[in-house]
Design a binder for this molecule. Structure first.
Ligand code: PHB
Ligand code: FE
Length: 326
């Protein structure tokens, strides 16, 4: 753990943005870019890409394994502590010993990331929205969008659609069908419950439900059985991170098409291109990283194994990085 302090500097820069520091990292933003200073030099990223990645890292509690903001900068989740790095999974940085890593308590880094995300997000820019559905991130500081950053997933109190649940709202007061999902049938299944079971048996149209999602690249748990987590998500444009998994993860392409770049998780060397069309199923190995591209908004099911023992088993080679031997 780093002994250094979490220090948002009190004064803003001339553009109105706070500078943030933790450990030996310092983060600054200008009209177009995020600047990440670290011992050595600085790394630079377009600020919209930086904020979209930061939103996921904050929203997902550092996620499974590695969240690469780009080829250079990112975080590794050790579930309690988190490593923040420059060039750790980049061959060129590693081979020339230019990488830099620091470990933090997850709660400390989360605090800095949350404050930075809030301060650097201007009015009108929503980092969870598809680029075609949001305003721009650029310019001097103007307003904020805290409401969008803090949005909570709707939590089903019980199976969606049953009396008492708040989640399933296809009525006029609920979420509208997304502009790119107007082709998704909205019919509901017929349910004929035995007398006495009317309030306990239900079925609903999952496609209709997901067609109303107002965010992109944000898996939400839709069923959870022990460590099996089924997560539906709607994808448009590009996954804002390159995810380096620490376990096998399954994808089920429910509609439309996503093209995946799959690279080696440690070096970043390209390994595969995977085009997934509606109905395709893929297992993403535990030793890769990936970034998806969805030219039209699509529906994806991400199936995760939440077993906390898995990263160590893959790390020690007790499990093969892929789930099936053909
Ligand atoms: C992934 O990294 O596997 C991932 C993340 C977010 C998504 C889909 C896939 O929306
Ligand atoms: Fe992933």
């Amino acid at each position: 753990m780093s002994a250094t302090q979490t220090v948002p500097t009190p004064s803003a820069n001339p553009l109105g943005y706070q500078t943030f520091a933790i450990g030996r990292f310092q983060f600054e933003r200008d009209e177009y870019f995020a600047h990440i200073h670290y011992p050595g030099t600085q790394h630079i990223m377009p600020v919209d890409a930086f904020l979209r990645a930061l939103m996921r890292d904050v929203g997902w509690g550092f996620f499974y394994g590695t969240v690469n903001f780009d080829n250079v900068f990112g975080t590794v989740n050790h579930y309690g502590t988190v490593e923040m790095f420059i060039g750790l999974f980049n061959d060129a940085y590693r081979l020339t010993n230019r990488h830099f890593v620091e470990t933090f308590q997850s709660a400390d880094l989360r605090k800095v990331f949350e404050a930075m995300l809030d301060d650097w997000t201007n009015e009108g820019f929503d980092p969870y929205a598809a680029p075609g559905e949001t305003g721009l991130a650029y310019g001097a500081k103007h307003g904020n969008n805290t409401a969008a950053l803090k949005r909570q997933r709707m939590v089903a109190e019980r199976m969606v659609g049953l009396p008492g649940d708040l989640g399933y709202r296809t009525d006029a007061g609920g979420y509208p069908i997304n502009r790119q999902f107007t082709d998704v049938p909205q019919d509901a299944p017929e349910v004929h419950a035995e007398p006495g079971f009317e309030g306990q048996v239900h079925a609903f149209n999952m496609f209709a439900y997901v067609s109303r999602s107002d965010v992109t690249w944000n898996p939400s748990v839709v069923s959870c059985v022990f460590d099996s987590q089924f997560c539906a998500t709607t994808e448009e444009h590009a996954l804002p991170i390159m995810h380096g998994n620490d376990r096998v993860e399954w994808f089920i392409q429910a509609t439309d098409e996503i093209i995946w770049d799959v690279d080696d998780g440690k070096t970043g060397r390209p390994r595969a291109k995977v085009t997934m069309k509606a109905g395709d199923v893929a297992a993403m190995p535990a030793d890769i990283r990936h970034k998806g591209y969805s030219p039209k908004r699509s529906m994806l099911i991400v199936w995760e194994n939440n077993d906390a023992g898995l990263p160590a088993m893959y790390g020690k080679g007790e499990l093969k990085p892929y789930p099936v031997e053909f």
